[in-house]
Write a new protein. Structure first.
Ligand code: SF4
Length: 484
């Protein structure tokens, strides 16, 4: 039923895209190699649209009032529902009970471990995520209101750009993506410039006008200025004072244009490239948050530290023992007393250790020595920070110490000095090669939001080191703590 409804919705999208009435579709199951036809019935379509409207209404209400819709009170449906855990936890956090859930003992067995303090914690952070999401939405709306080019640049966007008519796009062999080249409207083609990128006609140089906050590796949204419609999401692969190249997973298509006129419409269109500040996935944050309240032993342990604020434990006995990692730290003459104590604290931590230091006090160097000491113990380490630049800053120092590591991240966003440690620069031929490399390497580095990469889905680490942890919010960090 779920899949049939999905196909029915796709026929709506396709009817809109191709301006034709489409009333049938195919449902293909790759695993069982079964295919079945789906005929769209008007009554089904009406039912789906009504459910869609109810859902949209509930989401809107929940985001405004923090009141979730009531549970279905159906033992048969809820028992098999994959959202049962999350649904019952939220229901309890918002004052629900086994009676109001309609699930009786099933509800109690899922939520009996949650205290009033846990419920209050979940409500508070859920509310904070809501506030942040609303703020982001306001910024997003502002994109469409703003047409002042100068203020656009400060906000990380480039308006009034056109496709380079001599070379609108090229196909990247490396990742099979389509790289489109945009110029400020009215400027000559890239191919009409000197080899260093300057314009042949110096009088037309746009240096001042096109300076903006976009950088290589930024996620961007491309939209049409005439219709104000977002057309595609891509990644900036190259940018200068006069042009920007953006890679997309598919060829660009303008809504409503026919295949025969598509190419000319794309060239005539005036475009706008906006930095996608909204990649931070609020759904990931919510998912992280609710992980804290599941019933597993790991969730209970992390919950004690984060929600119940139980003090972290340290292995004092080990400091006095003959641990080669400790010997290493004590032998490093270039470490000052504070740095040495910080690393010893990390080595003694059973749960976590927080290292606080003012800028310039040598935190990053301390981390490098901490990594070396942990590697002496044979630990596997997840290295992370909120931004790519902070992660790479640490990695450049590790590289200088000949420490092997793997960097997970988009090639364009990674510092060129450490790109050689990305999968994109390795001779990877198969999934087996990826698994082998992940098994071999002891240090893996990724940004906090990149931790959800499927490459790391089954990977567990002994230790997680997070640089500049104060830059992130708690729901972003939870996933990292749950991963070790
Ligand atoms: S568990 Fe929650 S989401 Fe799932 S069917 Fe029941 S009420 Fe709906």
């Amino acid at each position: 039923m779920e899949h049939t409804a999905q196909v029915t919705l796709y026929t709506l999208l396709m009817s809109d895209r191709y301006q034709k009435h489409i009333d049938t579709g195919l449902l293909c199951y790759l695993q069982s190699d079964q295919t079945q036809g789906v005929a769209v019935r008007r009554s089904d379509l009406v039912g789906i649209i009504m459910r869609r409207n109810e859902l949209a209404n509930d989401i809107l209400k929940a985001s405004r009032t923090q009141v979730l819709p009531p549970m279905l009170k159906s033992q048969s449906m809820c028992r098999g529902c994959r959202h049962l855990n999350v649904c019952t936890i939220y229901h309890k956090a918002h004052g629900g009970s086994s009676g109001s859930s309609g699930l009786g003992d099933l509800f109690d067995s899922n939520t009996h471990h949650l205290t009033n303090a846990h419920a209050a914690f979940l409500r508070l952070w859920d509310w904070l995520i809501d506030l942040e999401a609303k703020e982001m939405q306001l910024v997003k709306n502002e994109i469409w209101r703003s047409h002042n080019s100068k203020s656009d640049y400060a906000g990380g966007c480039l308006s009034s750009v056109v496709l380079d008519w001599k070379l609108p796009y090229s196909k990247s062999k490396k990742d099979n993506r389509f790289v489109y080249h945009f110029l400020r409207n009215g400027l000559p083609s890239l191919s009409e410039r000197t080899s260093n990128g300057d314009f042949l006609n110096a009088a037309s140089s746009p240096t001042k006008e096109v300076d903006c906050a976009l950088r290589c590796g930024d996620f961007v949204i491309l939209s049409s200025e005439s219709s104000h419609l977002p057309v595609a999401s891509g990644i900036v692969t190259d940018i200068s004072h006069s042009h920007v190249s953006v890679s997309f997973s598919k060829l660009l298509r303008l809504p409503g244009s026919s295949p025969s006129s598509e190419a000319s419409h794309l060239l005539e269109e005036i475009w706008r490239v906006d930095k996608d500040e909204f990649m931070t996935s609020f759904s990931v944050m919510r998912l992280n948050l609710v992980q804290l309240f599941l019933q597993s032993a790991q969730a209970a342990h992390v919950r004690k530290m984060i929600v119940d604020l139980e003090a972290p434990r340290f292995d004092k006995g080990r400091i006095l023992s003959q641990d080669p990692a400790i010997s290493y730290v004590l032998s490093q003459r270039n470490l000052n007393v504070d740095q040495r104590q910080a690393i010893l604290k990390i080595l003694a931590a059973k749960d976590y250790a927080l290292i606080l230091g003012m800028p310039g006090t040598g935190k990053t160097s301390t981390m490098v020595h901490a990594v070396k000491a942990l590697l002496i113990r044979g630990a596997s380490i997840l290295l992370t920070s909120y931004t790519n630049s902070a992660v790479d800053n640490l990695l450049v120092k590790l590289k200088a110490q000949n420490i092997d590591f793997l960097r997970i991240g988009r090639h364009e966003a990674v510092h060129e000095e450490v790109r050689g440690h990305c999968f994109s620069e390795m001779n990877i031929q198969s999934v087996e090669d990826i698994k082998l490399r992940l098994d071999q390497v002891k240090v893996v580095a990724v940004t906090c939001l990149g931790i959800t990469s499927p490459l790391l889905a089954n990977k567990r680490f002994d230790v997680c080191i997070m640089d500049e942890a104060g830059q992130t919010t708690l729901p972003v960090r939870i996933y990292l703590v749950m991963d070790v």
